[in-house]
Design a binder for this molecule. Structure first.
Ligand code: FAD
Length: 470
């Protein structure tokens, strides 16, 4: 391996794999780093090496990813797997840890394609053992074939219904689906339906999932509000109201999901400018139409650029690669334009569908900005809404001021689980826009590393590519 590349791609999901395939086929020296042992990203995790006997049960949207993963494995890009990237410099320097030691490499162009994470869901009791996100339940299923019988799934969004359906197809018992999609969202989204009709297959699949869940006899509670998880040491159940009636379900496992938002710690720590997306109610990097950020030579592709879904993520990866190939002098701008135009047109067509989905599954205010004083906001540092409000009352106006007074955002997750809530709460308390409040200032290392990894730092070390199984 060399330690200097034309392009470094961080993240081997649909976006990063597509960027690497495109760029390496055009002659660029490409390296791809991903923290997982195998390529695939969130959606295609382990698709070529699943612990499940019958991957068809996870659905066609999963199994179709095998072709992309195989194409990626066969492409000329160098793959550095199980590598945790913790610094991306504006000079193309990348620092990462692998097998207990850290190393560096440099690249002239960088693609950050680190995907999405689930939106924080701060309700009373969400910090208790037994509670996790539905996406984490899916990660356990795809990675190790582990499932939990009798769980309650609560929240909203297509991924929630998909995971419940995947559980049911595997014969796992689901106690209930508590759907928090607000009633008024259906009306609001109806006007955007025409824009989504170009993707009737996706809409039909969504309706199919709901029917599948109902046919399996899983109780579905619609328009749920006032969610609260019961328990002292461990989750014991979920209480909520739905259609004006109070409910209380006993369950030791509660899987929450409220859609996904871009995974921003890397772009934030790299100094990229961000904007608040009012439709998706999340921060995202400010990008031009080629995925280029405000920092020279750093581009973002896939869900990390704003939520677009796996198929669009793959297109955006290709788009970013064409532009970087021009900057590297490997192809002409005309050539890149010819390849990019159809990609941009296809991406444009996804926007109608995205607007519809965003509007339909827009999470209610109360599920993003907790109202109860005792609700934990920063789970790492155990800071409640009440404690943050007290710090606000003492004068903290910006996320970093709140951090300084309370330590919120200073724990292992580096603000991933509280950052959006803190920005939104501060904006609410001051009666201003979220943009005016901003976000935590993040710095490298943007991921947890230990001192041994630092002590074993080897500049330009020969990183080992873990064998990629296909
Ligand atoms: C938990 C979860 C489950 C999901 N499941 C589905 C699903 O079943 N179906 C569906 O349609 N959509 C799913 N999504 C949405 C889905 O992630 C995307 O639409 C799609 O995978 C986005 O592709 P991407 O290439 O942008 O990112 P991803 O597929 O997320 O790929 C990003 C890659 O970057 C790696 N990475 C992140 N940070 C670092 C770092 N610091 N160092 C090294 N590597 C890093 C990640 O491990 C990952 O492999 C899921 C999202 C989440 C959060």
């Amino acid at each position: 391996m060399t330690d200097s590349y034309d392009i470094a791609v961080i993240g081997a999901g649909p976006a990063g794999m597509s960027a690497a395939i495109t760029a390496s086929a055009a002659g660029a020296r490409v390296v791809v780093l991903d923290d997982k042992p195998r390529a695939g990203g969130q959606i295609y995790r382990n698709v070529t090496d699943s612990p499940l006997k019958n991957t068809d049960l996870l659905g066609e949207d999963y199994t179709k990813g095998a072709a992309l993963v195989e194409q990626f494995n066969a492409c000329r890009a160098e793959k550095i797997t199980a590598a945790n990237v913790w610094h991306v410099g504006d000079n193309g320097e990348i620092l990462f840890s692998q097998a207990g030691a850290s190393a560096s490499l440099t690249a002239r162009e960088v693609v950050i394609s680190v995907g999405a994470m689930e939106r924080p869901f701060p309700i009373p009791g969400w910090h208790l053992p037994g509670v996790m996100t539905a996406g984490s339940a899916q990660v356990m299923l795809k990675s190790d074939g582990l499932v939990r019988d009798g769980a309650v799934f609560a929240g909203s969004g297509p991924l929630l219904y998909l995971i419940v359906a995947q559980y049911l197809r595997l014969g796992v018992k689901v106690k209930a689906l508590v759907d928090t999609t607000p009633k008024q969202n259906y009306l609001a989204a109806a006007s955007l339906l025409p824009g989504a009709l170009g993707h009737t297959d996706v809409l039909t699949k969504g309706i199919g999932l709901l029917n599948e869940i109902r046919r399996a006899g899983v109780p579905v509670y619609k328009y749920a509000e006032d969610l609260s998880i019961r328990g002292e040491q461990q989750a014991e159940g979920l209480s909520f109201t739905a259609k004006g009636e109070s409910h209380s379900l006993d369950a030791a496992h509660i899987f929450l999901h409220q859609g996904v938002i871009p995974n921003l710690n890397m772009t934030r720590a790299t100094g990229v400018e961000h904007v608040w997306n009012r439709e998706q109610l999340s921060w995202q990097p400010r990008l031009n139409s080629w995925g280029q950020t405000s920092v020279a030579h750093i581009a973002v592709a896939g869900d990390g650029s704003g939520i677009i879904g796996a198929d669009a993520a793959a297109l955006s990866g290709q788009l970013v690669a064409w532009q970087q190939l021009v900057r590297l002098g490997l192809i002409s701008p005309e050539n890149a334009e010819n390849h990019s135009r159809p990609l941009q047109q296809k991406l444009q067509r996804y926007q109608g569908l995205r607007r519809f989905i965003d509007r339909l599954y827009k999470p209610a205010d109360a599920l993003r900005k907790p109202e109860q004083q005792e609700t934990m906001v920063c789970r790492c540092e155990e800071q409640t809404r009440g404690q943050l409000k007290a710090a606000f009352d003492q004068g903290a106006r910006l996320p970093d001021e709140l951090k300084g007074l309370t330590r919120c955002g200073m724990g292992p997750c580096q603000g991933r689980q509280c950052g959006h809530t803190v920005s939104e709460l501060l904006a609410q308390w001051q009666g201003c826009e979220v943009e005016a409040v901003g976000y935590y200032r993040l710095r490298s290392p943007m991921r947890l590393i230990n001192l041994t990894e630092l002590a074993r730092f080897q500049p330009h070390r020969q990183a080992s590519a873990v064998e990629v199984k296909s």
